[in-house]
Design a protein around this ligand. Structure first.
Ligand code: SF4
Length: 288
């Protein structure tokens, strides 16, 4: 049985950078506290917790002498200031692609322009971006919500980094029809999610079974599963190798593997090695 990895899989640039920054802080002897889970992967969070990383939910929980970590989603300027006041050190692991959206929003607000951000209002990244344009930003999910916006002053339209391009451009068009003012549209979608989906789609048509390694609560992993299932019915979302049922591999010659943007490489390699060790040519004995 051949085990084939998709061309793009696993940690995106921003998540990899955040984990490396945390590891550097641990190596420096810091007591590390992440504001919110650093990544959506239970196994990697378990590994980091054995290295002493704990998760806090509010800045007030930071103790003197501790190092606070801002994860890749970023935070509002108010939260950042609170962390800087309380912690002995702040590791700002905000993904540079998210920082770009924050800066664009802040600049537009400083020019007294409105900012329309296309994304999920309750997503931490959106809460952070909104904080950079107080009283000027509106976070909306899609074009159907544009009619509910007030009259917009020279709006800037940007996006959550992980949304679909079609949703963004349809919403930008709806904003253009909603105002007579000049509209500035800046596509701030990050390509990491799309690249992983394109690579999975390309491989899914060539294999008999597909394993997507990722957390069940990781939305990009769930989307990868849907993409793979379009072409490969035997597609499974798994968190560990224990979830692989050898019966699913009977008669399978080629297995595809991909992983969500929060899945660490050590876990991917462990599961790939396990798949390669399986010998599915014969049916496994029936369970009693
Ligand atoms: S998905 Fe893109 S924007 Fe989000 S953390 Fe990863 S690289 Fe950064």
């Amino acid at each position: 049985m051949q085990v084939l990895l998709a061309d793009e899989y696993g940690f995106c640039f921003g998540v990899e950078r955040a984990v490396e920054m945390v590891e550097d802080a641990i190596a420096a002897g810091d007591t590390v506290r992440s504001l919110g889970p650093l990544i959506h992967n239970e196994q990697e969070m378990d590994r980091l917790s054995t290295e002493g990383v704990a998760t806090i939910s509010e800045p007030v929980q930071i103790g003197r002498g501790e190092t606070a970590v801002i994860r890749a989603h970023g935070v509002t300027p108010d939260v950042q200031r609170e962390l800087e006041d309380k912690a002995s050190k702040v590791v700002d692991a905000t993904c540079p692609f998210v920082t770009r959206v924050q800066k664009l929003a802040a600049r537009a607000a400083a020019e007294d322009r409105h900012v329309v951000v296309v994304g999920s209002p309750d997503h931490p990244e959106m809460i952070g971006v909104k904080g950079y344009a107080p009283n000027h930003a509106f976070v909306i999910r899609d074009e159907t919500e544009v009619s509910g916006l007030p009259r917009l002053r020279r709006p800037l339209v940007v996006s959550q980094t992980t949304i679909k391009a079609k949703t963004f451009f349809d919403t930008a068009e709806a904003v253009r029809s909603h105002t007579d003012d000049e509209v500035q549209v800046v596509n701030t979608i990050c390509s990491a999610t799309r690249d992983r989906q394109d690579a999975a789609r390309a491989l899914a048509g060539m294999v008999d079974a597909f394993y997507i390694i990722g957390g069940r609560h990781s939305s990009n992993s769930v989307k990868l599963l849907a993409v793979c299932k379009e072409q490969c019915k035997k597609s499974f979302l798994i968190e560990t190798e224990d979830e692989i049922d050898a019966a699913d591999l009977v008669g399978v010659e080629r297995v595809g593997v991909t992983a969500g943007a929060s899945t660490p490489d050590w876990l991917i390699q462990k599961i790939v090695a396990h798949l390669r060790s399986l010998s599915p040519k014969e049916a496994p004995p029936l369970k009693p």
